[in-house]
Design a protein around this ligand. Structure first.
Ligand code: ADP
Ligand code: MG
Length: 336
């Protein structure tokens, strides 16, 4: 942010001043023919590839609280949650579009920090900011991001490809983000590790791309709404059932220690959202390739279960050894 002069208020800068400011900070990739500043962006799509498009909304006091996050992290997260959807299809991210509804009490420095976080996150993914929309919001901060990417048509991984007998894998660890949120809601301060996992999720782009390119994953989804809910989407779309072994679900030491003291909160790992890890199915004979990929990417890839026929539904073996049927429900915005 050093090349730009600081500003005090949005009123001083105005819509177009703000757009200029974002434009000066944004670097554009060679695939961008026309970026910020015209009526539309124009970009080149890699020959023979499918265009992937996804959008996510982040609304103050629904998805985040301004008092719990710094604006730089919020910028990074706004980009990351969108990039994660591209990862889940096995694609590469190219362009992002940033819509913001800005409350007038937002300070210039906060906006600069937000923009810088957003741009740092997309630069890490090799993508460019190519446009957006900017307007005033009467109350909350609204962020609407669209991402576009691409994937060779023969490599795309959807939610509908899981078949009976395949193994179910998950990347990273689960429950970290939900535990951070739980602690914040109880007015406790999460550890740095848990905070990072909640406020700065990592989109698993390299993993998603490799699983697609090597033809390993038969179905895939990013875990935004919780393991059971997102697994539920795969099961429904693929018309299959599954069996999960709770003992195998990968946990960070922080979550493990916490659940040791608070076993009543075990839903955190099954139903807690926003870890943005990838959940995928793969033929059991690809286990060696998956282990190799895990070593290459320095990211745990853990088998947590098996795909079964649809009539088996979703069953889980709990830590105490009891097996039972579960409903694939996670966070639902319209349900209390
Ligand atoms: P229009 O009125 O044609 O929609 P705007 O005046 O809203 O155009 O936007 C001018 C240019 O600035 C467009 O290229 C648009 O995509 C871009 N833009 C507007 N807001 C943002 C933003 N928050 N981030 C990035 N680009 C933006
Ligand atoms: Mg506009």
């Amino acid at each position: 942010m050093s090349e730009t002069t600081p500003f005090k208020s949005l009123a001083e800068l105005g819509e177009f001043g703000l757009i200029e400011r974002i434009k000066r900070l944004a670097h554009q990739g060679s695939d961008v023919v026309c970026g910020i500043g015209d009526d539309c962006a124009a970009v080149n799509l890699p020959a023979g590839q499918l265009l992937l498009t996804s959008k996510d909304l982040l609304i103050e006091d629904v998805h985040f609280r301004r008092c719990w996050t710094d604006m730089y992290s919020l910028g990074r997260k706004s980009a990351a949650v969108n990039l994660s959807d591209i990862a889940a299809m096995g694609g590469a991210a190219h362009q992002l579009y940033l819509g913001v509804g800005l409350p007038t009490d937002l300070a210039g420095i906060e906006l600069d920090n937000f923009s810088q976080g957003f741009l740092d996150e997309i630069q890490q993914a090799g993508a460019s900011l190519c446009g957006g929309d900017t307007c005033r919001s009467n109350q909350s901060l609204l962020i609407s991001v669209t991402v576009q990417g691409s994937v060779p048509a023969t490599e795309m991984v959807c939610r509908d490809g899981a078949t009976q007998g395949e193994a179910l894998y998950v990347s990273g660890t689960l429950g970290d983000s939900a535990l951070a949120l739980t602690l914040l809601q109880r007015e406790q301060i999460p550890s740095d590790f848990l905070s990072q996992r909640h406020h700065r999720p990592t989109p698993r782009l390299a993993l998603g791309r490799a699983l697609a390119q090597q033809g390993i994953a038969s179905s895939m989804i990013d875990i935004s709404d919780g393991l059971l809910a997102d697994l539920g989407h795969i099961l429904k779309k693929s018309a299959v059932g599954a069996h999960i072994d709770q003992q195998q679900i990968p946990l960070s030491p922080e979550v493990r220690d916490y659940l040791h003291l608070h076993p009543e909160d075990e839903a955190l790992i099954l139903r807690g959202g926003e870890d943005y890890e990838l959940l995928f199915s793969a033929p059991t004979q690809r286990a060696g390739d998956i282990d190799q990929l895990s070593t290459q990417l320095n990211l745990p890839l853990t088998r947590i279960g098996t795909i079964l026929s649809a009539d088996k539904g979703l069953t889980i073996v709990e830590l105490n050894g009891n097996e039972h049927q579960v409903s694939a429900e996670g966070f639902n915005h319209f349900k209390h």
